[in-house]
Design a protein around this ligand. Structure first.
Ligand code: NAG
Ligand code: NAG
Length: 276
């Protein structure tokens, strides 16, 4: 009995030491990770000729002009890269350089599919009807320039290159390659523009570009965001009061409820509210 007792005491002590050891080590890793987030390297971003941007990639756009990405934004990029090792992940940033945590040095080995590039808005819109629209300088008159240029750029991106556009706060949990010609629908009957997947030159996206070009209102926050996508799909698919916009298919476009989109692929997606 005594020997059994002491054996189990020794056993549980050994287990405790191991557990404590693991916890200390984990804590150390967390601290090292935090430390390395504080150590930054400045990376100058290349402007890539528009014809060299990969098609059917995953695209993130950072249009604020800030010289950094937040840990959450980096997490979004990493989650997309992790779940799509065979697909390019393009992070196009308005600023010419980025202060990136030093841990990202190891990204080039772990995620060779990620490319951080400088977003030259003229090149990016070239080849779409938004290039002449840009030269009207309406964006400069907008108090919501960051959001509105991001909206215009994401439609142009999908039109020119095809692929998957993601907001930088979307955390990917599963491969999203089966998402083609798809958008997410809010419960309030509006199309969300945080996650969009389209083949290049898709007529719906082309109609969105035409809508920006014809109806852009620099003073109205949502004018070329969810409002636009909803307005355009209603026309494109002949939705009306009896034939409502709802989850399903229309003209080859898959309309998913936002909660299905979340359940199937994502850990996080912002519920954008439209400021009127
Ligand atoms: C747009 O692209 C075309 C073809 O690549 C090029 O010749 C032209 O110079 C570009 N325009 C601008 C404004 O960059
Ligand atoms: C609504 O759309 C359906 C299908 O396109 C059409 O048959 C119907 O006439 C439309 N109703 C109205 C009120 O426009």
């Amino acid at each position: 009995m005594t020997s059994n007792y002491s054996k189990s005491t020794v056993f549980s002590s050994v287990i405790s030491v191991i557990v404590v050891g693991i916890l200390i080590r984990k804590r150390k890793n967390v601290l090292e990770y935090r430390q390395s987030l504080n150590d930054e390297v400045q990376q100058t971003l290349k402007t890539i000729d528009a014809s060299n941007i990969p098609e059917n990639a995953i695209y993130f756009l950072e249009t604020s002009g800030l010289p950094m990405l937040s840990p959450k934004q980096l997490c979004a990029v990493e989650s997309a890269a992790l779940h799509h090792p065979n697909r390019p992940v393009v992070v196009a940033v308005k600023n010419e350089f980025l202060q990136l945590p030093i841990v990202l040095k190891s990204w080039s080995e772990r995620y060779p599919n990620v490319m951080f590039i400088n977003l030259d808005i003229v090149q990016w819109l070239n080849g779409t009807i938004l290039l002449p629209w840009l030269s009207k300088n309406l964006l400069d008159k907008s108090p919501f320039k960051t959001a509105q240029s991001s909206n215009a750029l994401r439609y142009a991106t999908l039109f020119k290159y095809g692929g998957l556009y993601l907001d930088t706060d979307v955390i990917v949990m599963r491969p999203m390659d089966d998402l083609v010609n798809a958008v997410g629908l809010y419960a309030t009957n509006g199309i969300n523009n945080a996650v969009m997947a389209f083949e290049k030159h898709h007529p719906y996206i082309e109609a969105c570009l035409k809508d920006v070009s014809a109806k852009f209102n620099p003073k109205k926050w949502g004018s070329n965001g969810p409002d636009l996508l909803t307005r355009v799909i209603n026309t494109f698919c002949n939705f009306n009061k009896t034939n409502l916009l709802k989850p399903g298919y229309c003209k080859g476009i898959r309309i998913l409820d936002i909660s299905d989109l979340k359940i199937q692929y994502l850990a996080s997606i912002t519920r954008q509210t439209i400021k009127k």
